[in-house]
Design a protein around this ligand. Structure first.
Ligand SMILES: *[C@@H]1O[C@H](CO)[C@@H](O)[C@H](O)[C@H]1NC(C)=O
Ligand SMILES: *[C@@H]1O[C@H](CO)[C@@H](O)[C@H](O)[C@H]1NC(C)=O
Ligand SMILES: [Zn+2]
Length: 539
């Protein structure tokens, strides 16, 4: 029963609502029609919140099997990177910026993951790749092996009992197809997490292994594993950079760069020969034009290696010669979705990390926006009903979004504030890295007076001088859309991610969201058994 007090409260509230026009149809229509935001009106924010509640209530989560799973990995894409990137995006569009949303920031579920590794408080891309692709935390620098393997311990890693399977293997075992796409070398730590088992992430070619006095038979290099071992040799799409790990050091690639292999093997030819011997259609490409020409008649297997090392930063690349991450993603999806059982695709925006390491903040933000475009492409091509898309990062960085700047201030420019010596500072700065400037008479130099601070090669200023800016130990965000997306909410270990994806996709050895028809007879058997014994147990 409603008390008189509650009743009174309800009446008062309704009166207040009416006065604020919360539910006034005209007010709602007016807002929908308006193109400018009226942030000075309290009503604007109230309506914004009410619309968000309505959107949440209207949401229907698909409980269908996730036939397709795409994992987007922004290497080093920390939470401050997201806030700064969305602001840059908005400012590029002529707005104040802060209010902008990246495409994947509209996904219905967001979580946080803890990125530490078994022997490391602050992670690298190798142990984190093992966590978010194989579902097991391990040691810094090692990929696809458990934590009994310390970095560089070839002998322990040569024991297959230390190897852990990736979600790519779980997908293949279920008859689905697999692809990997990255802007880094394809043998780099993150993509290698889908296929490689190695004690040392830098063993990308055989020379790195043999120079340490180790036998390549015990510790095969990462490029070799991709071409000749399960599961890499079954990947239908392989797009990225890193050609040098595939070619002999005596041989030049199409652009004149020498390979790095000491065993005189050409793994690109060996990849082609393997597909010929299996009589499957295949194509190797090394530039954008060749890649785009595949669109008309997609071969079953595609290997695209577009640079000797990493692909060029988007803002510095020649769009005619190098494809964008969105273009690579689109072609990968068009290829993989031909499998009716579905696919697993790993897409990495890998150079966010590199730009941060060099304190090149605009490039880090732009690479984030490039990955966001790739996510948008994927959402256009795949339905929320049967395709799970997860966007996350491997670890954070030490870029800070700091000061007390006014709304809409240039995200790449000086803060409105000055320090204790009256010296201005930038809104985006780093705790450490190569951008250190020596102090003069104990006073920090004014970097905002450097006229080239908007150039792409300008290093932001830092507190601690280091050759390379470091990773951060803070949590990274997870965005999910598609079947069972709400499973990705909360704060949890990064190693749970592939288990959650596998649950939604019903692949792998763990729990599955769907009980397949094949499992039903087993369930019936146990029910029958239970029925048979219940009378006896009750006696
Ligand atoms: C990993 O391999 C590189 C060579 O590729 C070597 O310089 C480094 O010392 C190795 N790390 C360990 C811990 O063995
Ligand atoms: C190779 O595949 C083609 C097309 O699928 C088929 O016509 C041909 O018979 C196959 N060749 C062999 C040797 O299996
Ligand atoms: Zn890094």
């Amino acid at each position: 029963m409603m008390s008189l007090y509650q009743c009174l409260l309800a009446v008062l509230c309704c009166a207040a609502c009416a006065r604020a026009h919360w539910f006034h149809p005209a007010a709602t229509a007016g807002r929908a029609a308006a193109t400018t935001r009226v942030e000075t009106s309290a009503n604007y924010w109230v309506q914004d919140a009410q619309a968000a509640i309505d959107a949440r209530l209207a949401q229907v989560e698909s409980v269908k099997k996730a036939r397709n799973v795409i994992m987007f990995l922004g290497d080093g894409m920390s939470v401050p990177t997201l806030a700064a990137a969305r602001t840059l995006l908005g400012q590029r569009q002529g707005n104040t910026g802060e209010e902008t949303k990246l495409h994947f920031e509209t996904f219905p579920t967001i979580g946080l993951v803890k990125t530490y590794c078994v022997d490391a408080q602050i992670a690298d891309s190798a142990c984190t790749a093992t966590a978010y692709l194989c579902g097991v935390k391990n040691n810094y620098g090692a990929i696809g092996v458990d934590a009994t393997v310390r970095r560089g311990d070839c002998q322990t890693a040569s024991n297959t009992a230390t190897h852990v399977e990736s979600i790519a293997e779980w997908a293949l075992a279920d008859g689905r197809d697999v692809g990997i796409v990255t802007t880094t070398r394809i043998t780099h730590a993150s993509p290698a997490g889908t296929f490689a088992k190695t004690a040392n992430r830098t063993w990308e070619n055989d020379g790195e292994v043999s120079q340490m006095g180790l036998n390549a038979k015990d510790c095969p290099d990462i490029a070799h594993q991709l071409v000749h071992h399960h599961p890499g040799n079954k990947f239908k799409v392989i797009f990225g950079g890193g050609k040098r790990a595939f070619l002999p050091n005596t041989e030049q690639d199409e652009k004149g760069s020498y390979g790095r292999r000491l065993d005189n093997r050409n793994l690109i030819k060996e990849w082609e020969n393997d597909k010929v011997s299996r009589n499957v259609s295949h194509q190797y490409v090394w530039n954008r034009e060749q890649l785009m020409s595949l669109n008309d008649d997609l071969p079953e297997y595609m290997l695209g290696l577009f640079e000797s090392s990493h692909m060029t930063y988007h803002m510095k690349s020649d769009p005619q010669s190098e494809p964008t991450l969105a273009e690579l993603t689109e072609l990968a999806i068009r290829s993989l979705r031909r499998n009716e059982k579905g696919f697993f695709l790993f897409v990495e925006g890998g150079r966010i990390d590199h730009a941060h390491h060099d304190n090149l903040v605009e490039l880090a933000l732009d690479e984030t926006l490039e990955m966001d475009k790739a996510v948008a492409t994927a959402t256009q091509l795949l339905s929320e009903d049967d395709s799970l898309i997860v966007v996350t990062a491997d670890h954070a960085h030490v870029m800070t979004f700091n000061g007390y700047s006014n709304r809409g201030r240039d995200i790449l420019g000086p803060s409105r504030d000055v320090d204790l010596d009256n010296v201005p500072y930038m809104t985006l700065t780093y705790a450490n890295g190569p951008g250190f400037r020596s102090h003069v008479n104990d006073i920090r130099p004014d970097v905002t007076a450097e006229s080239n601070y908007r150039s792409l090669d300008w290093e932001s200023h830092v507190d601690v001088p280091l050759e390379d800016e470091t990773h951060g130990g803070d949590d990274v965000a997870v965005f999910a859309r598609g079947p069972r997306h709400s499973m990705f909410t909360g704060l949890y270990e990064q190693s749970q991610l592939p288990h959650l994806m596998a649950y939604a996709a019903c692949i792998g050895p763990g729990r599955h969201a769907c009980v397949s028809a094949a499992h039903l007879p087993t369930a019936h058997f146990f029910i029958a058994l239970f029925a048979l014994f219940t009378p006896i147990l009750l006696k």
